[in-house]
Design a protein around this ligand. Structure first.
Ligand code: GLN
Length: 286
């Protein structure tokens, strides 16, 4: 594998069992831009550019990792979310584009209000709180996760992006009163686990075998487990006219809306993601 062009060919052949040629091409482009610091266009235009031994060995190691089914973001060790770079590893979920849509909705809703207190529940990589903090550093951002490893990654991501955030380690299903701040928030947001055992059967191995199960799965018998608990928490911790935002399982849009209505939330709005699937909810507590 002497040149960029060779690299594309080796990767395409090596990944043929798992990825289409277009996907293999996109993955190789990601890895090579990271490795060589050339742009996508430069990689395409200068296929004869030589790779040094370290670069080609690194790419072969990455190919071996990809062949185990590891997602390219874990292979690379980082990904982009809302224009910022986040370290990712198997202790955190890889940030998804639909979550960027949720962040966008929150930012449009806040509409330049400053000095808000915002809480993110189940933060993972920290992609939601960091993106919200960077929109306006005068907002105070708090975040909860059950996983100390995820919080370590989130703290690293906050530091790397110069975002000041308060981190709280607790289980939202049974929060320790001593660690929960008793203040109220203007916005509470969560992208909690929402994949059921039935959904899992349809999912790609590189999600189910590599991404953290605590971040993904809920029992089939209680798909709204986290939504119920977070809504109850929000009733006690939202300011009057505060907003609750959820990313949701596309199959439970109406059920989640009904649950929030039963708990007396108002102005409940269900929105679709780019793929047209019921994916997020905004509700107001009055
Ligand atoms: N959207 C993620 C997926 O499809 C799931 C995220 C979650 O469970 N909160 O894998």
């Amino acid at each position: 594998m002497k040149t960029v062009k060779d690299a594309f060919n080796v990767m395409k052949t090596g990944l043929a069992d798992m990825y289409s040629p277009a996907e293999a091409d996109a993955i190789t482009t990601l890895l090579l831009t990271d490795l060589t610091k050339l742009s996508n266009a430069q990689l395409k235009a200068y296929g004869d550019t030589e790779l040094n031994v370290v670069q080609s060995e690194r790419l072969l190691t990455q190919l071996a990792q990809l062949k185990t089914g590891m997602p390219v973001q874990y292979v690379l060790g980082h990904t982009e979310f809302y224009g910022h770079t986040f370290e990712v590893n198997p202790s955190v979920l890889i940030p998804r584009p639909e979550t960027e849509e949720l962040v966008d909705w929150i930012i449009k809703t806040i509409n330049h209000s400053s000095g808000l207190k915002i809480l993110d529940i189940g933060t993972g990589s920290g992609c939601i709180p960091v993106s919200l903090k960077l929109i306006d550093i005068n907002n105070e951002i708090f975040t909860i996760d059950i996983s100390s490893k995820a919080l370590q990654t989130a703290k690293h991501n906050a530091a790397m992006n110069n975002a000041e955030i308060t981190f709280i380690e607790t289980n939202i299903l049974n929060p320790e009163p001593s660690v929960i701040t008793h203040q109220k928030y203007h916005v509470i947001v969560s992208n909690p686990p929402y994949v059921t055992g039935t959904d899992k059967l349809q999912m790609h191995r590189n999600v189910t075998d590599f991404e953290p199960h605590t971040a993904l799965f809920v029992p089939d018998a209680d798909p709204l487990l986290f939504y119920n608990a977070i809504a109850d928490f929000a009733i006690d911790h939202l300011e009057t006219e505060g907003y609750l935002f959820f990313e949701i399982n596309e199959s439970y849009g109406q059920e989640t809306v009904d649950m929030l209505a039963r708990k007396d939330f108002t102005n409940i709005e269900l929105r679709q993601d780019m793929a047209g699937k019921d994916r997020m909810i905004r509700a107001v507590w009055v």
